[in-house]
Design a protein around this ligand. Structure first.
Ligand code: GLP
Length: 268
């Protein structure tokens, strides 16, 4: 695992978008794992801009989202399918048939979850998985005590997650679905590379636990310590609880991979 600290949210999300763009240029048929949430909105703004201004080509790219609420239709403005269409897919030249999210309306949830796993496998696995982190320490909707080997399945959301996501539902926790389909922690750990983005002081405590604390199913993001190629990108605010920042900054300054990103402080 490595940690990259950027001065602000704009610079952190821009770096993540540029990492994705670099991968996509190197492999146009990239299998890209995507995430939702407020943090990712900035990444999708940057990717849309790179498409518009630099012709970043998504025409052969295939995508798999981490999760979807159960009971919401794709046309529901609160569904993650709607979010993805609005925030990214409708703004770049991706073929919608190459974009995948679990269906929250599937009559047989078990079959839907197995189908999702099969689709990922048939595409050759996820090359690069983008991840946010919930306040409960979840990745996807892998709530506390999710097995670190779990696969795509339906899960009940914790009250903390429901409260965290209520602002997207008119600030009414009662409107937030109680359950979701999510890729499992085991599914996520099989992707070729993981990039986690966390910004803002509200994430500082959970980021520190996930990165520097013990590996535990109580904080499923901590399982990423087991991943062979995981990069955590944070802004100064989200880095606030980390003890090893001096070392992380030293690595960033010295690893050849990050050369092109040094000295870039973002647009805001
Ligand atoms: C939801 C998603 C997670 C995401 C989290 C963070 O719970 N299921 O994948 O990481 O939101 O959300 P935000 O970026 O709004 O803090």
């Amino acid at each position: 695992m490595e940690v990259i600290i950027r001065p602000n949210e704009g610079a952190a999300s821009e770096l993540v978008a540029k990492l994705i763009a670099r991968k996509l240029r190197a492999r146009p048929q990239l299998v890209l794992g995507l995430a939702t949430g407020r943090t990712m909105e900035h990444v999708y703004d940057h990717l849309s801009r790179l498409h518009r201004e630099e012709g970043l080509d998504f025409s052969l790219c295939r995508t798999f989202n981490l999760d979807e609420y159960i009971g919401l239709s794709p046309d529901d403005p609160h569904s993650y399918r709607y979010y993805m269409n609005e925030r990214l897919f409708g703004r770049v030249n991706i073929d919608l048939r190459n974009t995948h999210l679990p269906s929250g309306l599937a009559p047989d949830l078990r079959a839907e979850c197995q189908h999702y796993e099969d689709l990922i496998r048939d595409c050759g696995g996820i090359d690069l998985q983008l991840l946010g982190i919930g306040r409960s320490g979840h990745i996807g909707f892998n709530e506390p005590l999710s097995a670190l080997r779990s696969r795509t399945r339906d899960k009940a959301l914790t009250p903390e997650t429901i409260a965290q996501n209520a602002p997207m539902f008119g600030d009414d926790p009662a409107r937030v679905p109680r359950r979701a389909i999510t890729m499992g922690v085991g599914t996520i750990l099989e992707s070729g590379r993981c990039i986690v983005l966390a910004t803002g002081a509200g994430k500082a405590d959970i980021v520190a636990q996930a990165v520097e604390g013990p590996i535990t199913s109580a904080i499923t993001a901590s399982a990423l310590q087991l991943h062979a190629r995981c990069t955590v990108v944070v802004d100064e605010a989200a880095a606030g609880g980390l003890k090893g920042t001096e070392y992380y900054r030293w690595i960033f300054e010295n690893e050849p991979e990050w050369q092109e990103f040094r000295g870039q402080n973002g647009r805001d």
